[in-house]
Design a protein around this ligand. Structure first.
Ligand code: SAH
Ligand code: SF4
Length: 363
């Protein structure tokens, strides 16, 4: 089977004639405003606060900016919002949003209700090029990358609707549709806006990016000013099984990936999350359980076991709950931190690996 070719795909232009405000980090905005209009960096700070903190998109309401400057800015920036076209609420309180991004393209975002927090799970691409055999999004192939603007608009759309439920997300994960590190530059800029105290103001400790294991991008992320926790989908303990279920393993096999994680620059007390989707009878044998702690030696990490959420037609089965608990206990005996990600929103197909959009669904 051929490996996916990771090419850059175009993202659509924002509103003709104007640039999207949501596509700038604050430092980029500051440079842009200085270059075009000679504004001081203070203007970028003010704009960020109005837009991201006060949710005011109408320049005429930005009273601390003088009128002539507001007029210039009015002609320069578009603040277009994305409206969700469908919202489903699960019996467990999890909400799934279908969001049209451009023409006939849609992504899904999920607000996951947990006992002590709410986590917003966002998409980074329409579809995904990596083709993992167990994942519904993988069956779509890559349709296109999301722009920075679209990633941020997703967050703003869900944040606005949260007011209707009297809640708000406290954490964010890039675990929706797509491989975030395949869309590195747009992801990085979006995280800078999320991290920014003048922007959305979400600390890197509250954001997690999950990757299939794109080694060069993991290294690049280690050097990036964008701050977020790293999660890696390991999902197997041998190259044979991993290559079978995750074609990217042929390009970046286990040892290369694990060595990259050993060398990954982590802040003090931080750990990498190792995600392990348990596929009944495929990667959850006693042999796998013995090998896993050995593979993880030397990596400051915690293991997140994810019992497979079934997708009709893909041919995989969920393990029993007892099996997942047995793995958790055994890993903890080995001195590892291990948690189980019980599925949320399964009744609305909002659980991990179940996100997929098509024209029929979006109607
Ligand atoms: N592309 C990234 C992030 C999106 S997938 C990645 O693969 O890491 C987020 C997580 O869901 C990954 O750990 C992935 O292995 C897991 N996943 C995919 N399909 C799943 C399914 N059907 N059941 C449970 N987890 C699944
Ligand atoms: Fe893409 Fe992640 Fe699904 Fe693999 S698991 S196909 S990388 S979204």
């Amino acid at each position: 089977m051929a490996l996916p070719v990771l090419t850059e795909t175009a993202v659509p232009e924002p509103s003709p004639g104007r640039v999207s405000f949501f596509s700038f980090s604050r430092s980029e905005l500051s440079d842009y405003l200085a270059e075009r209009f000679g504004f001081s960096s203070y203007r970028a700070n003010q704009l960020f606060q109005w837009v991201y903190q006060k949710e005011v998109y109408d320049l005429s309401s930005m009273t601390n900016i003088k009128k002539s400057d507001r007029e210039v800015l009015e002609e320069t920036f578009a603040f277009s919002e994305l409206e969700y076209s469908n919202r489903q609420v699960s019996v467990d309180g999890t909400r799934k949003y279908l969001i049209p991004v451009f023409q006939d393209h849609h992504v899904e975002s999920v607000m996951i209700k947990q006992p002590t927090r709410m986590t917003l799970c966002v998409s980074s691409q329409v579809g995904c090029a990596l083709g993992c055999k167990f994942c519904q999004t993988g069956t779509m192939g890559l349709i296109r990358h999301l722009s920075t603007e679209e990633i941020i608009q997703q967050v703003l759309t869900v944040r606005k609707d949260a007011a209707n439920f009297g809640d708000m997300f406290s954490n964010m994960v890039f675990m929706g549709m797509g491989e975030p590190f395949h869309n590195f530059d747009n992801l990085e800029r979006a995280i800078l806006i999320l991290n920014d105290d003048f922007g959305i103001g979400l600390s890197g400790r509250k954001i997690t990016v999950s990757t299939v294991g794109l080694v060069p991008a993991i290294k690049k992320f280690g050097d990036s000013p964008a701050e977020a926790n790293l999660a890696v989908s390991l999902n197997a303990t041998t190259d044979e099984v991993r290559s079978e279920i995750m074609p990217i393993n042929r390009k970046f096999p286990l040892e290369v990936l694990l060595q990259t994680l050993r060398e990954f620059p982590l802040r003090r007390r931080k750990r990498i999350t190792i995600e392990y989707v348990m596929l009944g009878g495929v990667n959850d044998t006693e042999g796998d359980l013995r090998r896993l702690p050995k593979l993880l030696r030397g990596i400051p990490c915690k293991v997140n076991l994810i019992p497979y959420n079934s997708n009709a037609g893909l041919g995989f089965e969920s393990p029993s709950d007892d099996k997942a608990r047995h793995w958790q206990r055994a890993l903890m005996k080995e001195g590892l931190t291990a948690t189980i990600r019980w599925s949320k929103g399964q009744d609305i197909d909002a659980a991990c690996g179940q996100l997929v959009t098509n024209s029929i669904k979006s109607r």
